[in-house]
Design a protein around this ligand. Structure first.
Ligand SMILES: [Zn+2]
Length: 275
């Protein structure tokens, strides 16, 4: 039983503030230890539940946040940027389940540090007409490969989101959202117990099933008109209105590749102050 953990940081234990997850800051140095603690609790639980191999794919910012020297010896870590499948790299390597650890809610919704890929410039992403978090997008990619989502960790609203896009997954809420920048947080000892217990139970759902490839449409809305114009130069991407682009793809994997290009081009067009 091989399990993939896609590890984002905004939904990690204690995180409520941009500096907590911005590489290089003092607070980030502190929170990356708690982030690593969440991952280790998950690895312990998965192994208790029958996992024989765990791959941790770093999915936050520079994708160099977790402390390899403190990682549970039963896991291996995929670290660093520029991976073809991004947050979901490894989902196509024959894994029997995936965990979304440290996830967060979508741009345009309530939740601690809610956003979708870009911090602020993207105001909403729609997958086949449904407002989509990174979790919803990644769950569609997992489904295409026949890989069940076993467990989602993050704030309580992230767990509520997961209940909708992955109803079969277990959940571990490590904090209760009060606002986008505040939450009632459980200390690491308690979140570790919670994550470990839920990860062990989640292994009951492990096991690959036939994948469900099929076409998908993604629409992306920006907070400024020039970002939509910039994104619309990508082949297959059309500007559907002043602030929005959309594209159709033959599969979720192809859709996410196009989405990655759209976000990269838009990020490159963001100017300080005016956005
Ligand atoms: Zn994220």
């Amino acid at each position: 039983m091989r399990i993939l953990i896609s590890a984002d940081m905004e939904g990690a234990t204690g995180v409520t503030w941009p500096a907590d997850v911005e590489p290089g800051t003092e607070q980030w140095q502190r929170f990356r230890r708690m982030f690593t603690g969440d991952v280790n609790a998950c690895v312990r639980g998965l192994c208790q539940g029958g996992a024989t191999e765990v791959l941790v794919n770093e999915a936050h910012d520079t994708q160099r946040n977790l402390l390899l020297e403190d990682l549970d010896g039963r896991a291996a870590m995929l670290t660093g940027k520029h991976k073809p499948l991004s947050m979901m790299q490894g989902v196509n390597s024959g894994v029997d389940g995936v965990v979304f650890l440290g996830y967060h809610t979508a741009a345009g919704t309530q939740g601690v540090l809610s956003h979708t890929y870009l911090g602020n410039s993207i105001t909403g992403v729609w997958l086949d007409g449904v407002l989509a978090s990174e979790g919803r997008l990644n769950a569609a990619m997992a489904a295409e490969h026949g890989v069940p989502v076993l467990l989602v960790t993050g704030d309580d609203l992230t767990c509520a989101d997961a209940a909708d896009y992955a109803p079969g997954a277990r959940q571990a809420a490590v904090k209760e959202c009060v606002s986008r920048y505040s939450a009632i947080c459980l200390p690491p000892q308690r979140t570790a117990e919670l994550i470990e217990r839920e990860a062990a139970a989640a292994m009951a759902g492990a096991g690959r099933v036939p994948g469900t490839p099929g076409p998908h449409r993604i629409e992306v809305e920006f907070d400024a008109a020039h970002l939509a114009s910039a994104a619309a130069i990508v082949p297959t991407v059309e500007q559907v209105c002043l602030l929005r682009v959309g594209f159709d793809a033959v599969s979720m994997t192809e859709a996410m590749k196009a989405f990655k290009v759209v976000t990269a081009i838009a990020a490159g067009a963001v100017e300080k102050v005016y956005g």
